[in-house]
Design a protein around this ligand. Structure first.
Ligand code: TZP
Ligand code: MG
Length: 219
């Protein structure tokens, strides 16, 4: 059974560990296996990010990820990067848009009113604007230089506390978050993080997820 928007927002409020299944890091034939490992690792949110992929392929993999998420007893939220028009067909819990993508209201209109909309922000002004625009959550970053978004300048850790003081919707620190940087990110005041490359390149995804969850719980 699909969750209601209030159930989805409540799950988001509790969430702390957000993983992105980025097709830039995983061979196509490994994607569903990796999704299974990430979900089994107990993440709170899983995003499918398939830049440059054909819509039909995104739907195919997206539906596979949906089935994996549905089988998990802890029911993580499944977010689709971009493509709000595919959210219903895939059964995503929400979509994620960047600064150069559709406005939040337009994404929600296309995805359906019962789905979450998250937005990437790269400054305090953008974070405040993202909440005003109606985003259910915001990503704040890149905190550090990252191979996943090589063209972006790091914004630094000070922004975490500044955003927390001004924005009420859940905020996820993103960009260069890994096992080494996580303690500094938490010490800077972050409660929630997104991890992409460090997770996907780790040799043992379930063990990696367990260590991150333990570090988050200890804070
Ligand atoms: N948005 C800001 S940074 C980033 C995105 C999608 C990528 C973060 O990836 P990584 O590999 O965890 O640094
Ligand atoms: Mg985008």
């Amino acid at each position: 059974m699909a969750l209601t928007i209030s159930e989805r927002r409540a799950a988001l409020e509790r969430a702390r560990f957000y993983a992105i299944l980025d097709t830039g890091y995983v061979a196509p034939d490994r994607l569903l296996g990796v999704a299974e490992e990430i979900v089994g690792g107990g993440v709170d949110l899983l995003q499918l990010r398939a830049k440059g992929w054909a819509r039909s392929e995104i739907v195919r993999i997206g539906q596979g990820v949906r089935e994996i998420v549905d089988r998990a007893s802890h029911r993580p939220l499944f977010i689709l990067n971009d493509h709000p028009g595919l959210a219903e067909e895939i059964g995503a819990d929400g979509v994620h848009v960047g600064q150069d993508d559709l406005a939040v209201a337009t994404a929600r209109e296309q995805a359906g009113a019962d789905r979450l909309v998250g937005k990437s922000t790269h400054s305090l002004d953008q974070a405040v604007a993202g909440e005003r625009e109606g985003a259910d959550y915001i990503g704040v970053g890149p905190l550090f230089a990252t191979p996943t978004k090589p063209d972006y300048l790091p914004i630094g850790l000070e922004l975490i506390a500044q955003v927390a003081a001004k924005v009420r919707v859940p905020q996820f620190g993103i960009g260069g978050v890994n096992e080494k940087t996580l303690p500094s990110v938490l010490a800077a005041g972050a409660r929630r993080v997104v991890i992409v490359s460090d997770l996907l390149r780790s040799g043992n995804i379930p063990a990696y997820c367990a260590r991150i969850r333990a570090a988050l719980k200890a804070e």
